[in-house]
Design a protein around this ligand. Structure first.
Ligand SMILES: *Cc1c(COP(=O)(O)O)cnc(C)c1O
Length: 426
């Protein structure tokens, strides 16, 4: 089926008991065992079924199957937020003494996790000098366990050359992890270009209405863990924390997702609630329609800002003079994302006046809502970074990040126009 259809139907068969057409919300913590033997079989993973909602739940199952289908993966594991999904995704592959290699253009909290939290666990994150595959490849060594990138960086808007990165990763025998939050699978499916693991903040475009936090990790099922012997012992050798289970034996192609669930979801417990899964499923049903409008509106906004003398620069990957224009054609079929940054003339001061004058655009730190949103990264999401780290992440003191919503374009442009006027005259 096509993505538009998967988004509406994927992962759900009409409930055989109730015939409910909408996905039921299974607001339960636990599931009854028929007998001691049934309980034991469930705990040994010998029989299919539910035990406890921290491990799995029928409502979140539908969400996981739907997003796995949208991304073309074999299995997915949801989490309580995008950051929780990132935690599972990385920790399922590394132990103290290992490292991962990442692009420098990162979501602010991801940068904090990489630069400040993982090193405390003895896991080094090596940030490459740029998002070019050769710069990432140069940092790989025998202890590297993954390459990491955001398919489209937030807020930098850079588009990664996923095929080149996957080739560099696979040449070194490591998987490529891609945060695909900004494009969504409607614009780009990283697995089609060789990604092994995809993750999302469902909070953004997939949920789409700014009501519900959620995250998800998708396993492409393609990485040959067993080929590398001891290197991926976490997946290919008996796990003493799960009475000797070997994930590649038990879960086959979905070994990685299986370990994320059986080890990290089970012991850390950053679980998506069934009600949140239901709300996110409501959002996903319309994601294809919304993204189409987001993309069209963003192009109009980018053109409006580019042609306005009050604006110093616009960073929009859909312009032919953008360094990412070719990659937008290749990976996004020409549909540049609806996240864009610009700098107003008059620097930080004028930027603040512009920001304060916005009426329709909401001042906040979020993106991918149906509503148009404005964020000033240097004072908020990227505040913890040094100026040099900010520069590498594509953030200047005057950078404004806009997430263009699905309102009527005339109203969006009118708000930007009046805020620019206030910024310049103010
Ligand atoms: C928002 C975001 C995250 C974090 O997701 P939460 O759901 O807020 O935890 C991770 N990566 C990217 C690219 C994001 O935009």
């Amino acid at each position: 089926m096509k993505p538009e259809t998967i988004a509406v139907h994927g992962g759900y068969e009409i409930d055989p008991t109730t015939k409910s057409v909408a996905v039921p919300i299974y607001q339960t913590v636990a599931y009854a065992f028929d007998s001691a033997a049934h309980g034991a079989a469930l705990f040994d993973l010998e029989t299919e079924g539910y035990r406890y909602t921290r491990i799995a739940n029928p409502t979140t199952d539908v969400l996981e199957r739907r997003v796995a289908q949208l991304e073309g993966g074999v299995e997915a594991l949801s989490a309580s937020s995008g950051q929780a999904a990132l935690f599972y995704a990385v920790l399922a592959l590394v132990e103290s003494g290992r490292n991962i290699v990442s692009v420098p253009q990162l979501y602010g909290t991801t940068h904090t996790f990489f630069a400040h939290i993982l090193p405390g666990f003895g896991v080094q994150v090596r940030l490459a000098a740029s998002d070019r595959a050769e710069d990432l490849a140069a940092l790989i060594d025998a202890d590297t366990r993954a390459l990491f990138c955001e398919s489209v960086g937030n807020p930098a808007g850079n588009v990664c050359d996923l095929e080149a990165m996957a080739a560099a990763a696979h040449a070194a025998g490591v998987p490529l992890i891609v945060d695909n939050t900004v494009p969504t699978p409607i614009l780009l499916r990283p697995i089609d270009y060789g990604a092994d693991i995809v993750l999302h903040s469902l909070t953004k475009f997939l949920g789409g209405h700014g009501t519900t936090l959620g995250g998800i990790v998708i396993d492409a099922g393609s990485f040959p863990w067993e080929r590398y012997g001891e290197r991926y012992a976490l997946l290919t050798r008996p796990d003493p924390s799960y009475h000797g289970l070997v994930y590649t034996d038990r879960y086959g192609r979905a070994a990685y997702a299986g370990r994320c669930r059986s080890v990290y979801q089970r012991t850390m417990g950053a679980v998506l609630s069934p009600l949140s899964a239901f709300l996110l499923l409501q959002g996903i049903e319309t994601v294809a329609l919304r993204v189409e409008r987001h993309v069209a509106n963003a192009r109009r906004v980018a053109e409006f800002l580019r042609d306005d003398r009050r604006v110093a620069s616009v960073s929009y990957a859909g312009f032919p003079d953008s360094p990412y224009y070719g990659l937008v054609q290749k990976y996004l079929a020409g549909r540049a994302c609806s996240l864009l940054t610009f700098a107003i003339r008059g620097g930080f001061e004028a930027g603040t006046r512009f920001y304060d004058a916005l009426r329709l655009f909401k001042r906040l730190v979020n993106l991918g809502d149906a509503k148009s949103l404005a964020c000033h990264p240097a004072s908020t999401t990227h505040r913890q970074m040094s100026v040099e780290e900010q520069r590498l992440a594509g953030v200047g003191p005057e950078t404004m990040r806009l997430s263009i919503g699905i309102e009527h374009i005339d109203d969006i442009l009118a708000d930007l126009d009046q805020a620019l006027a206030a910024a310049v005259t103010g």
